[in-house]
Design a protein. Structure first.
Length: 54
């Protein structure tokens, strides 16, 4: 899991509003995915990759 994030809202200034909104929703989806998948992995006591070999 990542421990560093670079957030620079100035990078979105030249983009159309629609693209900026989609980029924000994509970031939110990735944040939710990272939070929930870590909880699932912890609850199972293993990782998905290690479970594939079993």
């Amino acid at each position: 899991m990542s421990s560093v994030v670079f957030l620079d809202p100035l990078l979105t200034l030249g983009l159309p509003k629609f693209i900026t909104a989609l980029t924000g929703m994509d970031a939110l989806a990735h944040a939710i995915e990272g939070y929930t998948s870590q909880r699932i992995i912890t609850a199972l006591g293993s990782t998905i990759i290690s479970d594939m070999g079993e």
